[in-house]
Design a protein around this ligand. Structure first.
Ligand code: BGC
Length: 912
């Protein structure tokens, strides 16, 4: 047996983190048994566990073992877990975490510049250490952003510290282990920049969002071999002067000018004490680091005589290059997502300058920005001495440190690309907090975008700690606005009070509990969940309680294609119907959370749910069950939230709606992300696959066909001729529609949690002949799940599953006629069987004729049985192109005879 993946609060070896509670998790691998019989966790301040300060044992849940004990500040705790399984196999593993300063006062004060100094500063402190140092720590924060070096070497690998917070309320500080960097004579250097704090940020592009000064606080603690301590804190003995950063900003980029101070006075100066508004609290942001590297695929020389790097992939981060230029050389890098007419283009970045400038003083060095990042695929290089070569640059991909957990592949190349596009969307928008996009003058914490993508994100990566950070920030704001979960962070003036966006308050904690089984985390967010629905209820009561959420600043089905015009924002689905269904859904989630946590309030919320449900039925459904909101998203929301009088009628009418829409999807941010899931999970598997796989506009693969390497904000972000459709609000890296990937995980690979943390799962794959196969590996909180299916050449089906230690899964084989498989315990299983239907069939009765025309065999069949249809199709008749063998059956009025259509159906569905 092996114990792996030991984490504390979802983080490996957290050093100096904010911890409201402490939870250990670990994964058991290669065990002889099936589940744990006994689990013991011990905590000690000593590596040899000579004194155990806390111990807990029993049939503990390895995905979440609360360690409830009082911790001391700045203390390293070693944690040992021992698992014994039901076959008496046993193993132990040790991990550690170290506490922050907690409530301890700082031996340091905030410093700022003298009033006349408006430049970007570098602070410096020299200190000596006569005695041997056995342990050294730096506790530090700086506003807007800081980067610190000790003796010329960068401290840690993090970028964009101290990360985003509402700095007026809270400012995070980081803890670094600097033991290996300390010498007897030391120089600490800290550079400050603008960042989210004081640079331009948020809609309206205003500077100084949170403050207008540069501030630094730092405390170095050296522990000597004899047990004594040396403390070096920021005070007036530190000094500062202007740094080489001439400009910085999240939107605008950075200028590093090595000649900035040449022939100018730049004396060392004495800082003055300052008092930034926010409270210093231990970090709760994950580290943002360079997670991957990309190389330049091509250097393009454009018709405008410009040199452009193509990294082949849209991403967030920056390029790095080696400088060895004559003094005075000025390199300017501009960033873009798409080329237009063969030339560099960046108009969709709107007012964000998004530029990196470097001025050399002749020194040889590795160059990259220090205080910003860019969202881009293309880089225009200006001022490069000589020819630009691909190997001169490397792309550094930046995102918050998370483990990848989902690995999915199908037999369909374009679906695989779509899957990767969504994954890259996540990487690009998981830079400290979930953003809408990484490039233009926005990059905000839009809660709706986060909500719709969160299910996908939790399959893709271990997002537990990342999302807890955002939830922390949202909770901090929510209490200021009477329970409104703001539409975006930061909140400017008033928070947007909208469903789907605000429902992040309930949907995200629910998703996290489903994936990671962390009860404590759910507990921590429970109040936030309740606050949201209570706020809606209070507002509803104000005008005489109607149990509907038909007020607020509803954003509706954002960017849906059935809005008033092609570029309309709100879409065409009644926003109050959406609001009310999501209100009901959120109330249900509060009740479910209450149940999971054993809170008696559950009953109260169940009752409220019933009332909202009834109110929606009365307001939006006819007495016989027809939904009055006759749009795709209307029906999808009804099915997704399970609110209807008669599900059969909703499905029937959705089918009619789709038929009348020629099966062109219309959904925006509300409808499209859940579309395939709602279809597949309500018996419309075929329709779900149709929307996933259809390649025309609008659709997921249409974007792939037009060269997307990330997910676009709009279905028509780029037009078929390669032109961008507009610049007002048009990002090529907006992950919302990437939420379709959750359908691949949950429904196509078929792996769903039946109990928190996937302790119990359902594995029920869905086959599709065009996909051919699907392979999924998911590293759950308990270990590896695998779900694989393949349609074999002889028409048989092979399904393979793996269930991790401690878990069980109910396996449902698709098109399987044999005895039920039922619940399986940990282990690997393989099934090969003859399915009850011809799963190799290329077409079904629901396939539209437009999708058969490229196939000679299909055309021959159509010609043989329904020659009149062939005539219509040949003439390009849009109506008939969108008919199917099924709908043709209702067209007796056009002269199609039932027996001919039946023959056509049989012959079409026999094609493999
Ligand atoms: C953002 C979106 C966001 C929307 C809502 C846009 O500007 O980019 O993704 O959800 O506004 O208003």
């Amino acid at each position: 047996m092996k114990l792996t993946n030991l984490k504390i609060n979802g983080i490996r070896n957290p050093l100096g983190y904010l911890m409201d509670s402490i939870r250990l998790s670990c994964v058991v691998k290669d065990a002889s048994g099936k589940k744990a019989a006994w689990v013991k966790a011990e905590v000690s301040t000593r590596e040899d566990f000579a004194d155990v300060v806390h111990m807990t044992e029993g049939k503990l849940d390895t995905a979440c073992i609360p360690l409830d004990f009082e911790t001391a500040p700045r203390t390293r705790y070693f944690v040992r877990i021992t698992v014994t399984d039901d076959a008496d196999d046993t193993a132990s593993e040790v991990t550690w975490f170290e506490t922050s300063k907690q409530e301890e006062p700082w031996d340091a004060k905030w410093l700022t510049l003298q009033e006349e100094d408006t430049y970007h500063p570098v602070f410096e402190k020299k200190f000596t250490s006569q005695k041997e140092v056995v342990r050294a720590r730096l506790y530090i924060s700086g506003l807007g952003m800081y980067a610190a070096d000790l003796n010329g070497r960068k401290i840690g690998e993090e970028i964009l510290t101290p990360y985003y917070s509402n700095y007026r309320t809270e400012i995070q500080y980081q803890t670094f282990d600097i033991t290996d960097l300390v010498q007897s004579e030391n120089t600490l250097e800290v550079r400050l920049a603008e960042g989210w704090y004081k640079g331009k940020f948020d809609l309206g592009n205003k500077p100084n969002q949170f403050g207008d000064g540069f501030h630094l606080i730092a405390e170095i603690r050296l522990t000597h071999a004899d047990g004594t301590e040396t403390i070096v804190g920021t005070d007036e003995s530190w000094r500062y002067r202007g740094s080489d950063t001439e400009e910085s900003g999240i939107y605008d980029g950075q200028i590093i000018n090595r000649l900035l101070w040449v022939e100018k006075e730049n004396p060392w100066k004495t800082p003055i004490e300052s008092h930034p508004e926010g409270k210093l609290i231990a970090r709760y942001s994950l580290p943002v680091v360079e997670m991957e590297e990309l190389s330049v695929q091509e250097v393009i020389h454009t018709p405008k005589d410009e040199w452009v790097l193509d990294f082949g992939q849209n991403f967030a981060g920056f390029p790095q290059f080696r400088a060895n230029f004559p003094a005075g050389t000025k390199i300017v890098l501009d960033f873009g997502e798409i080329m237009q007419e063969g030339c560099f283009y960046r108009d969709n970045y709107r007012s964000a300058k998004s530029q990196f400038t470097y001025v050399s003083d002749g020194r040889e060095e590795v160059v990259k920005p220090e205080f910003t990042y860019f969202g881009f695929r293309y880089v225009r290089v200006t001022g490069w001495p000589g020819a630009v070569k691909p190997e001169d640059f490397v792309g550094k991909v930046l995102y918050s440190e998370m483990d990848r957990t989902g690995f999915l592949e199908t037999g369909h190349e374009k679906v695989n690309r779509l899957y990767l596009n969504a994954l890259w969307g996540q990487k690009s928008n998981f830079v400290d907090f979930p953003t809408d996009c990484p490039q233009r003058d926005e990059r905000l914490g839009w809660s709706g975008d986060c909500q719709v993508f969160s299910g996908t994100a939790c399959y893709n990566m271990d997002t537990a700690a990342f999302y807890q950070k955002f939830l922390h920030d949202l909770r901090t704001e929510q209490v200021k606005f009477d329970g409104i979960l703001p539409g975006r962070l930061p909140v400017q003036g008033f928070p947007i009070f909208s469903s789907v966006w605000g429902d992040l308050a309930t949907i995200l904690p629910t998703a996290l509990f489903r994936h990671y089984g962390d009860r404590k985390a759910l507990e921590q967010n429970y109040r936030m969940m309740k606050n949201l629905v209570d706020k809606i209820t209070r507002e509803d009561c104000k005008r005489g309680q109607r149990y509907l959420y038909d007020f607020g600043d509803q954003l509706g089905d954002w960017l849906a294609l059935n809005g008033r015009t092609a570029q309309s924002m709100q879409g065409g689905t009644d926003e109050y119907f959406i609001g009310s269904c999501y209100y009901a859904n959120s109330v249900k989630m509060v009740a479910d959370a209450a149940r999971a946590l054993g809170y008696a309030e559950e009953a109260e919320y169940r009752e409220l749910y019933e009332k909202i449900y009834q109110a929606i039925l009365e307001e939006y459904f006819t007495a016989s069950g027809r939904l009055c909101v006759d749009t795709q998203t209307g029906y999808i929301v009804s099915l997704f939230t399970g609110i209807y009088r008669d599900k059969g009628i909703v499905i029937r009418d959705l089918r009619k709606r789709l038929y009348r829409d020629c099966n062109k999807l219309t959904g925006g941010f509300t409808g499209a992300p859940i579309m395939c899931r709602a279809l597949a999970e309500n018996g419309m598997t075929e329709e779900a696959f149709y929307f996933l796989l259809q390649e025309g506009y609008p659709g997921w693969l249409n974007c792939v066909n037009l060269g997307a390497t990330t997910i676009w904000e709009r279905w028509n972000s780029v037009l078929p001729d390669g032109r961008i459709s507009g610049t007002r609000m048009n990002s090529l890296n907006h992950y919302a529609y990437g939420a379709v990937v959750e359908f691949l995980y949950r429904d196509v690979a078929g792996l769903q949690a039946a109990e928190a943390g996937f302790r119990k799962a359902v594995i029920a794959p869905m086959l599709n002949s065009r996909l051919g196969y699907t392979k999924l590996r998911y590293e759950s909180a308990y270990g590896t799940y695998r779900s694989e299916w393949e349609i074999l050449p002889d028409g048989k089906v092979r399904v393979e599953v793996e269930i991790p230690f401690g878990c069980t899964a109910k396996v449902c084989l698709p098109h399987y006629g044999g005895e039920e498989i039922g619940e399986l315990s940990a282990g690997s299983y393989q099934f090969t069987y003859q399915p009850t239907t011809e799963v190799r069939a290329k077409y079904t009765v629901k396939t539209m004729f437009k999708d058969m025309l490229a196939d000679e065999q299909a055309v021959a069949v159509i010609r043989q049985h329904t020659p009149m249809l062939m005539w219509f199709l040949g003439s390009g008749d849009e109506d008939f192109l969108h008919e199917t063998p099924e709908t043709l059956m209702n067209m007796g009025f056009m002269g199609f005879r039932e027996e001919d259509v039946k023959k056509l159906q049989d012959a079409i569905t026999a094609i493999i």
